[in-house]
Design a protein around this ligand. Structure first.
Ligand code: TYD
Length: 222
């Protein structure tokens, strides 16, 4: 059996998933006994590139009434297709080699973001789960919970134009939905962490949680 582990970081925009995924990857590399892979969604592959264009309003649909971003169903299918490529090209081969894969976002993002941008945030969930049902489940999902106003402050400190989902009202609803992440993916191992604390303190907490899911020879060595 493979000794690989698949760890995902999730949260609203500005919760720190990218920073914490990087720090976790570096920490795992320092532990040094297993190969680790850092990755993200949207991916750096062709479908991920298309998604980033849509997020930045550079890919639009010429709908009646004018050009607009693709609707939530199209976005959901793009994210799911990107995820299948991600599984085939990187995640599954790395896990089969016994590596530790750390992903900045995964299917929980689709369940949260695409349901809340749909016309029926509860009714959309079964379809969103179905189109993601072939994606390998993570061994551990770390949800970085944060007050939406604080995350907005952090986002505003960054350079660049806001992406299509970086809207305050949506982010506040997403923060609530992430608090109840267990109901979105029953059966998954989910651990919530307080993302309002310092980067260093959160990173230390994440490392403590992650060690519990590592193969025993590695966690005992730390
Ligand atoms: P993000 O992590 O913010 O990427 P970047 O830091 O490069 O901007 O992710 C991009 C956005 O896509 C973010 O708002 C969350 C959203 N998203 C979804 O709506 N559904 C998904 O399935 C994924 C993976 C991301």
């Amino acid at each position: 059996m493979s000794s690989g582990r698949f760890i995902v970081l999730e949260g609203i925009d500005g919760s720190g998933t990218t920073t914490q995924a990087r720090l976790l990857h570096e920490r795992l590399q320092r532990a040094g006994r297993l190969r680790t892979r850092a990755t993200c969604e949207p991916t750096t592959g062709p479908i991920g590139a298309l998604i980033r264009h849509a997020l930045q309003r550079r890919m639009v649909v010429n709908a009646e009434g004018g050009a607009r971003a693709p609707d939530w169903k199209t976005m959901a299918l793009l994210f799911a297709a990107d995820r299948m490529d991600h599984n085939d090209a990187l995640i599954l081969p790395a896990l089969a080699r016994g590596e530790i894969v750390v992903s900045d976002r995964y299917s929980l993002s689709s369940l949260a973001y695409q349901s809340l941008t749909s016309d029926d945030p509860i009714g959309a969930l079964p379809w969103l789960s179905a189109i993601n049902s072939r994606a390998v489940r993570p061994d551990l999902t770390l949800v970085l919970d944060i007050d939406a106003a604080l995350a907005t402050k952090r986002r505003l400190a960054r350079a660049g134009e806001p992406e299509i989902f970086e809207v305050d009202a949506l982010q506040a609803r997403l923060a609530e939905r992430y608090l109840r992440a267990e109901s979105l993916c029953p059966g998954d191992v989910i651990v919530h962490l307080d993302a309002a604390q310092s980067v260093e303190a959160l990173s230390a907490q994440i490392w403590a949680v992650v060690q519990k899911v590592l193969p025993s020879d590695l966690s005992e060595a730390q």
